[in-house]
Design a protein around this ligand. Structure first.
Ligand code: NAI
Length: 437
């Protein structure tokens, strides 16, 4: 559904009126397109003292197509390497680096801080590195004009941050802001031969792919080189076949809650193997708990969580993942913040976050598979178009970018997580929604 307010505020009278009334000022986000695949402009690289990545980071940024500079009047991106900050005093260096430049960052620009994981054994380092989280989340709320800020905690060699930096420093991350992402470990990295088609030669299975976010995920994975197998309920068979035809993939009509769903998925995969599994299928059956019959509870838990667990287990047990396998599940900010009328949905989605946190390290050690999740916020789909108008408007505006996301925003994030470099993480695609922030 079109966001008329966003269109209105893009006009001169609209801007004038909404400013006078103190209403939100969304900036139309610049998303990836074949004509505009990069942010363009200049990347300002700053660092605090003693960074271990002083030599390797500029090299890495150059290999990602940026020409880092240490002075520029109007950067489209600013990267601050704060990985070496180890105490409260040193935080002054963050202020010193960003205070003079933050106003100059171009519309739709990016601020990316690099930090280190807070260490258990050094409470000064842990405090300072945790401080970067509060700092980044606050800056993301201040920036406005479609600009975003996120913190990347680098764990291990700087190469672990490559896919994440490529994503954050591109238009593909337009609706991802205020996030803290930890990279690595090193075994999660698999640099593709061609970064324009990073998933070339991979097979991806996407559940719930007949429409909405799942369809967008299948489309972006195909753009990035993957061959897709599209799964949805048999009653969505026609739509599923249409999407599969359009993308040159294959259709698998199947209810993921069927007791033998895992085995049937393995049987339908080319050679019985897959590289990428995207758990996207999901349903809502909203009611306050006091009014919620058991069947509504069970349906939601079965689809949104139970089937994620059982189909993953079945594919791992059958050794269906090729080396470098990737699982990306779909949580929701409702699973982080909770939502009245959604005890079932939020329970299922919070369960997904627990699933990736627990299985990620073990699946990597035992099968070489990473497990991550996306947590969408308000995304413009048929589901959110059906929400009553006032609640819909509140959902759209209550985030740092003052607008809803698009299915493609979730899809771009999913594709990045399918490339590796990150494990056990849940990344919100919510424009830094106030819910659960
Ligand atoms: P949608 O309702 O448009 O699409 C979901 C798809 O999953 C449908 O095609 C449906 O047929 C399929 N599906 C449902 N049950 C299934 C089953 N048992 N077996 C196989 N396929 C099944 O939903 P949308 O908006 O595209 O959401 C996709 C995912 O993103 C869901 O997991 C949802 O919970 C999540 N999400 C969506 C948000 C939004 O704003 N739209 C916000 C947060 C999370």
């Amino acid at each position: 559904m079109a966001d008329r307010y966003l269109t209105f505020t893009a006009t001169a009278p609209g801007r004038f009126l909404t400013r006078r009334l103190g209403l939100p000022q969304p900036t139309r986000l610049r998303r990836w397109s074949p004509e505009h695949p990069t942010l363009g402009g200049e990347l300002l690289l700053l660092r605090t003292a003693d960074s271990p990545y002083a030599k390797d980071l500029p090299t890495l940024l150059r290999s990602t197509g940026h020409q880092p500079t240490s002075t520029t009047a109007a950067p489209t991106a600013v990267v601050l390497d704060a990985t070496a900050i180890r105490g409260a005093r040193a935080l002054a260096e963050v202020h010193e680096a960003l205070h003079p430049v933050v106003r100059k960052v171009a519309d739709n620009g990016r601020v990316v801080l690099l930090g280190s994981p807070p260490e258990g054994s050094d409470h000064h380092q842990a405090a300072a590195q945790q401080a970067l989280e509060g700092f980044t989340r606050s800056l993301a709320k201040e920036l406005g004009r479609g600009r975003t800020a996120s913190l990347v905690r680098v764990s291990g060699p700087i190469a672990t941050a490559e896919s994440t930096l490529r994503f954050l420093l591109s238009p593909k991350s337009a609706y991802v802001t205020g996030q803290v992402i930890e990279t690595g470990p090193a075994e999660t990295v698999a640099a593709p031969a061609d970064w324009d088609r990073p998933l070339a030669g991979r097979t991806a299975l996407v559940t719930g792919a007949a429409r909405g976010i799942g369809e967008a995920v299948a489309e972006v994975l195909t753009r990035d080189g993957a061959t897709v197998v599209l799964l949805d309920v048999p009653s969505a068979g026609q739509d599923l076949a249409r999407v599969a035809d359009r993308l040159g993939g294959s259709a698998l009509p199947l209810d993921i809650t069927a007791p033998d769903a895992g085995e049937r998925i393995v049987a339908a995969l080319p050679d019985g193997c897959v590289d990428i599994l995207v758990h996207n299928a999901g349903i809502t059956r909203d009611r306050k708990l006091a009014n919620m019959a058991r069947d509504r509870w069970e349906q939601v838990i079965d689809v949104n969580l139970g089937a994620v667990l059982t189909t993953t287990d079945a594919l791992l047990k059958a050794d269906a993942f090729r080396p470098g396998g990737r699982i990306v599940a779909t949580a929701s900010i409702a699973g982080i913040a909770g939502n009245a009328g959604q005890t079932n949905y939020a329970a299922g989605k919070a369960g997904v976050i627990g699933f990736v946190r627990s299985l990620g390290p073990r699946a990597l050690a035992e099968y070489g598979v990473t497990v991550n999740a996306v947590a969408p916020g308000f995304i413009e789909t048929k589901m959110t178009a059906a929400v009553p108008v006032l609640i819909r408007e509140a959902g759209r505006r209550m985030n740092s970018l003052a607008q809803g996301g698009l299915p493609v925003d979730v899809a771009e994030t999913t594709s990045w997580l399918a490339q590796g470099g990150v494990n056990g993480q849940t990344v919100r695609v919510c424009g830094q929604s106030l819910l659960g922030a």
